[in-house]
Ligand binder design. Structure first.
Ligand code: NAD
Ligand code: UDP
Length: 311
C-alpha cells in the first residue's frame, strides 16, 4: 500500500514510518517540522519507498494513497501551548483535510487521538465510554478540545459520508526519538538525570500517568488500522500506573544519577490520574503491551545518552 503519515517526522511518526516501510509499504511522510526533526527520519531518507513532503496539514493537500494516519499535532504541553491557536487549527483543520482526502480516495483514515479527551477524569481507569471531564477554556484546552473536535469530525464524516475511519486514544507514550527539549515528563527526567541536574517534579508528584513504550503502541496502531471489527475510539496504552515521584525515583536509580528531586508548581488543569482501560483493545485486537516501564526506560535512557554525547 501507499500510506500517508501526517506528522511523520515526529516521535511516533518516525516509528510508524519505520514499521510500515519494514512491512513493504510505501510511506509519504508529511510534516511542517514544528516539533518533528530530520534526525528522526534520517535513516529512512535513502529508502526509495520513503517520500518526505514538507507541508502544513492545515493547508489542503492532494496525494494518491490507500491509507492515512493523521498524527500531525504537537503532543507535549510545552509545545502545544506555545501557539495555542495553531494547535487547535492543526487538530481541527488537519482532521478536515485528512477526512476530505479520505472521502475522495475512499481511503481508510486513522486519527491519533489522546487520553486528554478524558481531561481530569472522575472515572478510573478510563473506558472508552467515559465522556471526560475537560475544562473548555483552560491552558490545555487548545489540545484537549482540538482533539475532541477532531473525534467529532471523524465520527460525522463516517456517519454522513461513509468515510472509513479508525480512532485511537493514546495514553502517555515514550521511547527513543523523543525530543530532548520536548518538555514531557519522561524526556525531562532522563535528560535532567543524565546531566546531573535537579529532577523537576511538578506539585507533590502524587499525580499518576500510565506509560506505554513506543513499540507496543505502534503495534496497537497497526492492528487497529488493519482490522474490520471496530472503528474506535479505542484506548491504546499501558495500564501500569505510576506516580510522577515514582517515575523520578526510577529514572534516578536506572541512570545511577546524583540528581536530587526538586518540586515546582503544578501547572493548571494537570490531570490527577490516568490509566487506560484496555479491555476493548484486548478483545478486538488481541493486543496488550508487552514492555514494562523498566524494560522501556532502558533503551530510552541509552538513546538520550547517545544524543547528549553527540552534543
Ligand atoms: P511529536 O510532537 O513528536 O510529533 C508531532 C509531529 O507533527 C511533529 O513531527 C510535528 O512537526 C508535526 N506537526 C505539528 N503540527 C503540524 C502541522 N500543522 N502540519 C504538519 N505537521 C505538523 O508528537 P508525538 O508524540 O509523535 O505525537 C504524535 C501524535 O500522537 C499527535 O497527534 C499527538 O497528539 C498524539 N498523541 C501522542 C501521545 C504521546 O504520548 N506521545 C499521547 C497522546 C496522543
Ligand atoms: N511533569 C513533571 N515534571 C516535568 C514534566 C512533567 O512533574 O518536568 C508532570 C506533569 O505535571 C504531569 C506529568 O508529569 O503531571 C506528565 O506530564 P507530560 O507533560 O509528560 O504529559 P501530560 O500527560 O500531562 O500531557
Amino acid at each position: 500500500m501507499r500510506i500517508l503519515i501526517t506528522g511523520g517526522a515526529g516521535f511516533l511518526g518516525s516509528h510508524l514510518s519505520t514499521r510500515l516501510l519494514n512491512e513493504g509499504h510505501e510511506v509519504i511522510c508529511m510534516d511542517n517540522f514544528f516539533t518533528g526533526r530530520k534526525r528522526t527520519i534520517l535513516p529512512l531518507l535513502d529508502n526509495p519507498h520513503f517520500e518526505l513532503m514538507r507541508h502544513d496539514v492545515t493547508d489542503p493537500f492532494k496525494v494518491e494513497v490507500d491509507q492515512i494516519y493523521n498524527l500531525a499535532c504537537p503532543a507535549s504541553p510545552v509545545h502545544y501551548q506555545f501557539n495555542a491557536i495553531k494547535t487547535i487549527k492543526t487538530s481541527v483543520m488537519g482532521a478536515i483535510n485528512c477526512l476530505g482526502l479520505a472521502k475522495r480516495l475512499k481511503a481508510r483514515v486513522f486519527q491519533a487521538s489522546t487520553s486528554e479527551v478524558y481531561g481530569d477524569p472522575s472515572i478510573h481507569p478510563q473506558p472508552e465510554s467515559y465522556w471526560g471531564h475537560v475544562n473548555p477554556i483552560g491552558i490545555r484546552s487548545c489540545y484537549d478540545e482540538g482533539k475532541r473536535c477532531a473525534e467529532t469530525l471523524f465520527m460525522d464524516y463516517h456517519r454522513q459520508n461513509g468515510v472509513d475511519i479508525r480512532i485511537a486514544r493514546i495514553f502517555n507514550t515514550y521511547g527513543p526519538n523523543m525530543c530532548p527539549d520536548d518538555g514531557r515528563v519522561v524526556s525531562n527526567f532522563i535528560v535532567q538525570a543524565l546531566q546531573g541536574k535537579p529532577i523537576t517534579v511538578y506539585g507533590e508528584g502524587q499525580q499518576t500517568r500510565s506509560f506505554c513504550y513506543c513499540d507496543d503502541l505502534i503495534e496497537g496502531f497497526v492492528r487497529l488500522m488493519n482490522q474490520d471489527t471496530a472503528i474506535g475510539p479505542m484506548n491504546i496504552g499501558n495500564p501500569g500506573e505510576f506516580t510522577i515521584l515514582e517515575l523520578a525515583e526510577k529514572v534516578i536509580q536506572m541512570t545511577g544519577s546524583q540528581s536530587t528531586i526538586i518540586h515546582e508548581p503544578l501547572p493548571s488543569d494537570d490531570p490527577r490520574q490516568r490509566q487506560p482501560d484496555i479491555t476493548e483493545a484486548r478483545k478486538v485486537l488481541g493486543w496488550e503491551p508487552k514492555v514494562s516501564l523498566e524494560a522501556g526506560l532502558k533503551p530510552t535512557i541509552e538513546y538520550f545518552d547517545r544524543l547528549l554525547a553527540e552534543g
